[in-house]
Design a protein around this ligand. Structure first.
Ligand code: DX5
Ligand code: ZN
Length: 221
């Protein structure tokens, strides 16, 4: 099965870029060798911060050919799918804790031809994702409490879930990426990788570097 050959994917989070010159920042990530661009939409309700919506994603779309990996930290993701799809998202990840029919939301994303992701907050047990594992292309194990960039990696609370997600993928013959998001840097990336994560989202540790290409290469391990 293909689950044995998930190459490491590096996804810079635009949240940590300089939004005043975001087109250049997106181009900087693209030339640095990033694989995907990660876009964190926050509604000020599901998380204690407001970031951006579909218009921002649409503004970024013409500036890169990289897949746009949109992470919806929204209480009602089902109401905004169409807008993010039109904006040019390639992948949409929704939270299992949000107020929606998870299977129905995932189906709508898939039917539009996008890749589906399901996210778990640090306090949410892996068990909550089990009913949906056959419906997803990606499982996002949040490694910080979502809302803000620049927080510390929560190893003890989250790495057992990454390892369990990997074991279940093998046992059940499933095929989903395991993504980590929050506090990922040159060191924690390897802890996450060892436990089974293959999609590494990093904001501060990539956009904060003068030489982003070196930072991306360093994270490939
Ligand atoms: C949290 C976001 C982030 C994020 C990563 O709500 O999903 O985790 O952009 O930021 P860093 O890499 O700075 O922790
Ligand atoms: Zn994110």
């Amino acid at each position: 099965m293909s689950q044995t050959c998930h190459d490491r994917i590096i996804a810079p989070s635009v949240l940590a870029s300089d939004w005043g010159r975001v087109a250049e920042e997106v181009q900087r990530a693209t030339s640095a060798g990033a694989d995907w661009l990660h876009l964190d939409a926050m509604d000020g309700h599901f998380v204690k911060n407001i970031s951006f919506g579909p218009q921002f994603v649409a503004a970024i779309r013409p500036h890169t050919d990289l897949p746009l990996d949109v992470h919806l930290m929204l209480t009602h993701p089902q109401n905004y799918l169409e807008a993010f799809i039109k904006a040019g998202a390639d992948r949409i990840t929704v939270h299992v804790e949000a107020d929606h029919d998870v299977s129905d939301t995932l189906r709508k994303i898939r039917d539009a031809g996008l890749k589906t992701g399901l996210a778990l907050n640090p306090a949410t047990p892996i068990e909550d994702a089990i009913p949906f594992l056959s419906e997803i292309d990606l499982l996002l194990v949040m490694t910080v409490v979502p809302g803000f960039g620049g927080q510390s990696f929560m190893e003890d609370e989250t790495m057992p879930k990454v390892a369990a997600a990997k074991t279940m993928r093998e046992e059940q013959g499933l095929d989903y990426h395991i993504q980590v998001d929050g506090g990922i840097d040159a060191e924690t990336v390897n802890i996450a990788g060892t436990n089974g994560a293959n999609v590494m989202v990093a904001g501060t540790a990539l956009f904060g570097q003068e030489d982003m290409a070196a930072a991306v290469t360093g994270m490939r391990g």
